[in-house]
Design a protein around this ligand. Structure first.
Ligand code: 5GP
Ligand code: ZN
Length: 113
């Protein structure tokens, strides 16, 4: 996926502030944070959204969710946080590489939509 900006972050063509990385997953600071802590967690495998997840690739999603509690500890989110993923036009998804927002560092707005 040559034109995907998150694939470019994975291969180092675009720099990012990495907070966590392993063989399957990278977590980095969102460039336009919407909360005091705003991390994006992505698989190192191009999937465009939750609509592309299936039994052949869900391993990568499980690795994302294994990384999330590690990132919450790195970022001291002991009071809690929200994990959000946008899919498609109605959600406002702008980057077509599946990603999970970790939002925290304050009491979050209870209005979710
Ligand atoms: P979406 O709206 O697709 O759910 O979220 C995409 C997120 O990616 C946005 O919060 C946006 O700020 C972030 N983003 C877009 N381009 C870049 C980039 O080049 N670097 C980083 N760190 N974040 C980006
Ligand atoms: Zn990609």
């Amino acid at each position: 996926m040559n034109e995907c900006i998150f694939c470019k972050i994975i291969n180092g063509e675009i720099s990012s502030k990495t907070v966590y990385e392993d063989e399957f997953v990278i977590g980095f600071e969102d460039i336009n944070p919407m909360a005091p802590v705003h991390i994006l967690v992505i698989p190192k495998y191009h999937l465009s959204s939750t609509e592309s997840v299936d039994s052949q690739n869900s391993f990568y999603i499980s690795k994302v969710f294994e990384a999330i509690p590690k990132i919450s500890k790195i970022k001291n989110l002991d009071r809690g946080y929200r994990v959000v993923t946008n899919t498609g036009e109605d959600s406002g998804q702008t980057v077509k590489h599946i990603h999970f927002h970790i939002l925290g560092g304050k009491t979050l707005d209870l209005k979710m939509c």
